[in-house]
Structure formats: structure tokens, C-alpha cells
Design a protein around this ligand. Structure first.
Ligand SMILES: NC(=O)c1ccc[n+]([C@@H]2O[C@H](COP(=O)([O-])OP(=O)(O)OC[C@H]3O[C@@H](n4cnc5c(N)ncnc54)[C@H](OP(=O)(O)O)[C@@H]3O)[C@@H](O)[C@H]2O)c1
Length: 371
């Protein structure tokens, strides 16, 4: 017994020291290296790169080698891109947990940017789905650039015929997330009452329209300044969160798509029938270790004790979903709501704006001026 106490104390001390060391390592920000500007030549393109985590100033427009498509790849000339919270999460390396894959101390992948719209500039020898000149949109890797390569089977599809490059660039992550939340996780059916918490942002603007296209009665939650905007997406009613708390009302919702996660699981469960489904998509919690994931953690712990189903989701962009969204856009059921437009040289300002969390719809950067 006398032996056990010092052994336990040693194990506990070792555990605390290891956790502290892991914490210090994972939250460490390496200094930004100074990169000498390389000269622009016929074989270089402009592209954003970042070599350290931090504010939007870490995003540097550089002259880099023009990419060449491999056999199964296409080379896309990027016309417009849109900004997502994912971009500033990568830029900041926060929540820290993501650094396990994005790089400890500094990013391992110096490219940045996902959503794009553009034209096929070149195709690899084995490409069958696309040809030079096709207007395409989707989500890639390192699209904050004049050109980007991607596999023809990746998240890239033909643009809706009547869409502009700006409208198509807005779709990517936000609309695919909205589609998977409403259709797959929320299993929304005609006639159901659906509430979208955070209806005025990028994902919310698409989620309202997609839920309406499934025949649901949609309530959006937004601030007073965005009520008219959310109604313009097709919402049947809008709750001004600065005046009313939807978890304190008498209305019940079959499905809640939660993009803000600013209420407890118990409070949300209180406005849902036992058969209800709450889809936790994102949140405003800026916990630096796990960020909005803290709400998913709460749901995991509390969910077994409440009757509605709580599910967390991580969207996965792919060609099939882009084609569904293209069809919805061509049928006039979904359109992109564009808040602000920036030129390529001001991309860091666009990221800075989105990071404030006040965007109304999507934020676009035009890589090719005047679309
Ligand atoms: N799980 C996934 O796979 C996945 C995929 C994409 C996005 N996400 C996450 O989903 C969330 C939404 O993404 P997003 O692209 O739509 O972000 P966003 O465009 O930056 O959202 C901004 C909008 O949120 C609204 N908002 C802020 N606080 C609110 C509140 N308390 N109640 C209601 N609305 C509020 C803002 O309106 P006001 O200015 O009026 O407050 C603004 O219009 C983010 O947390 C993002 O990281 C998750």
C-alpha cells in the first residue's frame, strides 16, 4: 500500500507532463519564413501560398510553376473561387486538433483554397469526362490560384448552363454540406417543419432553398438585418435571434439543421418531437483545441438521454452531389446568394471578412476580372 501511492503519483505526473508537452507541441506556431519573390515568366502562374499559421497576412500571392495535368487529370483555368470557414481554419491551424493532419507548427501543404469555377485548359491523355473549354465547378486543393489540376473523378462537374462563374464558385463545400445535411442526415420529407439555425450564411443560404425544394415548411434563424434576405431564399418564417430564442418557443420542429450550435442539446431537444432529428453541422464556439467540435462532443454524451436523434456530420464533396446541385440550379430551385466580391489581389481581405462570421450568403474572389 505504501508503494502504490508513489507509483500512482509518478504515473499521474508523467501523464500530466505528457499531456502538457503534447499540448505545447500541437499549439506551437513556427515563425513565418521570409520567401524571396520569384520572377514571373511564361511558365509561372499567380497562386496563394502560406508557410506558417496566422492571420490573413500569411496568405501570400506568389509566382509558382504552372501545373501540368497527369494522365487522369484536368488543368482548370480558375475564373472565380469562394471562401469557406474551412479556409481560415487551415490558415490559422485552428482548432489545434486539425494540426495532426495539417501540420504541427506549420502547414505541410502550402496550397490553400477549395471551391472554384473555371474552364478546362488542358486534359491528361486518359481523361474522358471533360474536354478543353468545358465550364466546370467544384472543390479542389489549392484553388486560390490562376490554374489548378485535379483528377477527372474528383469533386468537379459541368457548370449549370445559365450560371455565371461567380454563382458556380459559390456552390462547392457550402451547398454540398447543405444537401448532405438536409437530404442524408436530416432525411427531410415534404410537409415536415424544418428549422435552419444560421440561415443567412453560406451553408444556410443553400440549406433553406434545398429544404424548400424537398417540400418542407422552413423556418430560418437569423438576425434582424437578415430577415428579408432569408425570406428571399424561400423561408416560410424567420426568427430574429437577437429578439427571440427558438428553444423557448412553442413551435416544434421535425428537423433542425444547426450551423451555429449555440444552445444546449437539452434546450434543442425541448422543441422537437421524439422522432425529430437535429443535424449538428457547425458552430460559433471558438474553443482553440476542438472548436465547434465541442458541441458534437456534448451531443455524443447527452444524446443517449434525450429522445430526438442528434447527429454530427462532416461533409464530403464529390462529383455526384455537384451534379445534383447543378440540376437543382438548372431547375431554378437553388441559386447562389453572393454577398461580396473581391479581386484576386485582395483575397486575404475576403478571408478576413468571412472569418468575422457576418457574411450574408457567399464571399467570392474573382481570379479573372469582370466575369
Ligand atoms: N460539418 C461540415 O462538414 C461543415 C461544412 C461546412 C461548414 N461547416 C460549418 O458550418 C458553419 C456555417 O458555415 P457557413 O459557411 O455558413 O459560415 P458563414 O457563412 O461564415 O456563416 C455566417 C452567418 O452565420 C450567422 N450567424 C452568426 N451567429 C448566429 C447566431 N447566433 N444565430 C444565427 N445565425 C448566426 C451570421 O449572421 P449574423 O451576422 O446576422 O449573425 C452570418 O450570416 C461554420 O461553423 C462552418 O465551419 C461545417
Amino acid at each position: 500500500m505504501r508503494l502504490r501511492t508513489p507509483v500512482l503519483a509518478t504515473v499521474a505526473a508523467l501523464l500530466v507532463t505528457s499531456v502538457a508537452a503534447l499540448g505545447l507541441t500541437i499549439s506551437y506556431d513556427a515563425a513565418c519564413p521570409t520567401t524571396a519573390p520569384s520572377a514571373a515568366t511564361a511558365s509561372t502562374i499567380k497562386a496563394y501560398r502560406y508557410s506558417c499559421y496566422g492571420s490573413p497576412t500569411v496568405l501570400q500571392m506568389r509566382d509558382v510553376g504552372r501545373p501540368t495535368p497527369a494522365d487522369s487529370e484536368v488543368l482548370v483555368k480558375i475564373h472565380a473561387v469562394s471562401i469557406n470557414p474551412l479556409d481560415w481554419h487551415y490558415m490559422r491551424g485552428k482548432p489545434y486538433l486539425m494540426r495532426i493532419s495539417s501540420g504541427i507548427g506549420a502547414p505541410t501543404n502550402h496550397k490553400i483554397g477549395s471551391d472554384f469555377a473555371g474552364t478546362i485548359e488542358a486534359v491528361g491523355a486518359a481523361v474522358t469526362r471533360f474536354k478543353i473549354g468545358d465550364r466546370v465547378f467544384g472543390s479542389g486543393d489549392g484553388t486560390f490560384a490562376e490554374f489548378s489540376t485535379m483528377n477527372e473523378g474528383d469533386a468537379i462537374a459541368m457548370m449549370p448552363d445559365s450560371a455565371t462563374f461567380e454563382q458556380a464558385a459559390a456552390v462547392g463545400i457550402a451547398a454540398v454540406t447543405a444537401l448532405q445535411a438536409v437530404r442524408d442526415k436530416g432525411k427531410v420529407k415534404a410537409g415536415q417543419r424544418v428549422l435552419i439555425n444560421g440561415a443567412s450564411g453560406g451553408v444556410g443560404s443553400f440549406a433553406v432553398q434545398i429544404a424548400k425544394s424537398y417540400g418542407a415548411h422552413v423556418t430560418g434563424v437569423a438576425s434582424g438585418r437578415n430577415i428579408a434576405l432569408v425570406k428571399s431564399f424561400g423561408a416560410d418564417s424567420v426568427i430574429d435571434y437577437t429578439k427571440d430564442d427558438f428553444t423557448k418557443g412553442t413551435q416544434r420542429y421535425d428537423v433542425i439543421i444547426d450551423l451555429v450550435s449555440n444552445h444546449s442539446v437539452r434546450a434543442v431537444a425541448g422543441v422537437m418531437p421524439p422522432s425529430g432529428i437535429c443535424v449538428i453541422v457547425g458552430g460559433t464556439n471558438d474553443n482553440r483545441w476542438i472548436g465547434p467540435g465541442i458541441q458534437s462532443l456534448e451531443a455524443m454524451i447527452v444524446a443517449p438521454f434525450v429522445t430526438p436523434t442528434f447527429v454530427s456530420m462532416l461533409a464530403s464533396t464529390n462529383q455526384q452531389e455537384l451534379e445534383v446541385l447543378r440540376d437543382l440550379m438548372q431547375a431554378g430551385k437553388v441559386t447562389s446568394a453572393i454577398d461580396r466580391r473581391y479581386p484576386m489581389a485582395e483575397l486575404p481581405a475576403a478571408v478576413e471578412y468571412l472569418e468575422k462570421g457576418r457574411a450574408r450568403g457567399k464571399v467570392i474572389v474573382n481570379v479573372v476580372p469582370s466575369q
